[in-house]
Design a binder for this molecule. Structure first.
Ligand code: A3P
Length: 337
C-alpha cells in the first residue's frame, strides 16, 4: 500500500488503496450561513448555488470553501481538471497507468485499473472535501493524483498558482458534452430532460459553469505556463491517443524510454484504458460512487463517439450552442480544436 519506488521513480497509489476507511464522512458545517446567502438557481433541479461566479451543488459549496482554506499541494502532485463529461474517467485511467507503469506494467493482471474504477484511483477533490474526508489525502503517498471539476478561479492558490503541482486539463465539443451530460444525469435523476441540460449550459448556469469561463481559465494558463498546465481535448485524444499519451508522459516528467517505446508500452497503456476494455471489467460494471447523489460506475462509460450529438440535438440546438460559445470565446484567441 505504501508509495513504492521503482527505478528511482515514485509510483502513485490508488486512492482507494490508501484509504483504510477509518476517516468518517463528516461534511463541514461551519459554512452553512455563508452557503445560504448565495444565489440559488431556481431553474435547476440540482440545487446549485453561485459561489464566486461558479455554479456549484449546494452540498458541495462548503467543501469548496474548506478546500480553499485548507488544501495545500505537495511537490509532485498532479491535478486533473475537467469540465464534467469531457473525458475525465479516461484521463484518470491514462494518467494513473502512465505514472504507475514501472510498478504496474499495463499488461499486468494485478494492475489496479483491473480491479478499481478509475474514479477510485484518482479522487475528486470537490466531493472528498464535501464529505469532510480530505484527511485521507494526508495518507496518500506522493505523487498524489487528484481531480477537480472546479474552474481554476476557485481552486486554492497552491493549485492554481503554485509550482508544486502540475495540472492536466481536458475539455470537449460543447454539443457532445451536453448530450453526454444528459445521459449521465439521467442515471441519477431520470426527471432531467435534454432540453433542461441544454438550457442551463446555454445560459451558463449548469454545474461548474459557465463552461466557457472554465475552459478559458485553464487555456490561458496553459499558454502562459505550458510546463505547469497541459491542455487537452477529448477530440484530439480520440484522434491520436498514442501521441497524446506520449505528450502526457513527457509533461508529467516521465517520458517513455526507447526500450519502452520498442516494447509497445504506450499502445499497451492506451489499450488498458480504452473504453471497450474498461467498460467490460467487472469493477466497472457494478457498484457506484457518491454520497449525496449516487452514480453507478457503469454510467461513466457510454459510447465515446465524437459527434454523437447528431443523434440527439436538433440542428437549431446545435447552432445555438455553437453561437453562444463562439460569442463567449470572441477576442480570446481560443477555438475548440
Ligand atoms: P459519451 O457520453 O459521449 O459516451 P467523464 O469521464 O468526464 O464523465 O466523461 C464521460 C464521457 O467519456 C462519456 O462520453 C464516456 O463514454 C467517455 N469515456 C469514458 N471512458 C472512456 C474511455 N476509456 N475512452 C474514451 N471515452 C471514454
Amino acid at each position: 500500500m505504501a508509495g513504492s519506488e521503482t527505478a528511482g521513480l515514485q509510483v502513485p497509489v490508488a486512492f482507494k488503496d490508501a484509504d483504510d476507511g477509518t476517516i468518517p464522512v463528516r461534511p463541514p458545517t461551519e459554512y452553512a450561513a455563508a452557503v445560504a446567502s448565495l444565489p440559488l438557481n431556481p431553474a435547476s433541479k440540482l440545487k446549485l448555488r453561485c459561489y464566486q461566479g461558479v455554479w456549484v451543488l449546494e452540498d458541495w459549496v462548503p467543501g469548496i470553501m474548506a478546500m480553499q482554506r485548507s488544501f495545500s499541494t505537495r511537490p509532485g502532485d498532479v491535478v486533473l481538471a475537467s469540465f464534467p463529461k469531457c473525458g475525465t474517467t479516461w484521463l484518470k485511467a491514462l494518467i494513473f497507468a502512465t505514472m504507475a507503469r514501472t510498478a504496474y506494467p499495463p499488461t499486468s493482471p494485478a494492475h489496479p485499473l483491473r480491479r478499481l474504477n478509475p474514479h477510485d484511483c484518482v479522487i475528486l477533490l470537490d466531493r472528498l472535501f464535501a464529505i469532510g474526508r480530505e484527511a485521507v489525502l494526508d495518507k496518500l503517498p506522493s505523487p498524489r493524483l487528484m481531480c477537480t471539476h472546479m474552474p481554476l478561479s476557485v481552486l486554492p492558490a497552491s493549485i492554481s498558482r503554485g509550482s508544486d503541482c502540475k495540472i492536466v486539463y481536458i475539455c470537449r465539443d460543447q454539443k457532445d458534452m451536453v448530450v453526454s451530460m444528459w445521459h449521465f444525469a439521467n442515471r441519477a435523476r431520470p426527471d432531467i430532460s435534454l432540453q433542461e441540460v441544454f438550457e442551463t449550459v446555454c445560459d451558463g448556469t449548469c454545474f461548474a459553469g459557465p463552461v466557457w469561463d472554465h475552459i478559458l481559465g485553464y487555456w490561458r494558463v496553459s499558454n502562459a505556463e505550458p510546463n505547469r498546465v497541459l491542455f487537452l481535448t477529448y477530440e484530439q485524444m480520440r484522434q491520436d491517443p498514442v501521441d497524446k499519451v506520449r505528450k502526457l508522459a513527457q509533461f508529467l516528467g516521465r517520458p517513455f524510454s526507447d526500450t519502452e517505446e520498442e516494447a509497445g508500452a504506450v499502445a499497451e497503456i492506451v489499450e488498458l484504458c480504452s473504453l471497450e476494455h474498461l467498460k467490460n471489467l467487472e469493477a466497472n460494471k457494478k457498484g457506484s460512487q457518491g454520497v449525496f447523489l449516487k452514480f453507478p460506475y457503469d454510467s461513466y462509460f457510454r459510447k465515446g463517439v465524437v459527434g454523437d450529438w447528431v443523434n440527439h440535438l436538433t440542428l437549431e440546438m446545435a447552432k445555438c450552442l455553437d453561437a453562444i460559445f463562439e460569442e463567449n470565446f470572441k477576442g480570446s484567441g481560443f477555438t475548440l480544436p
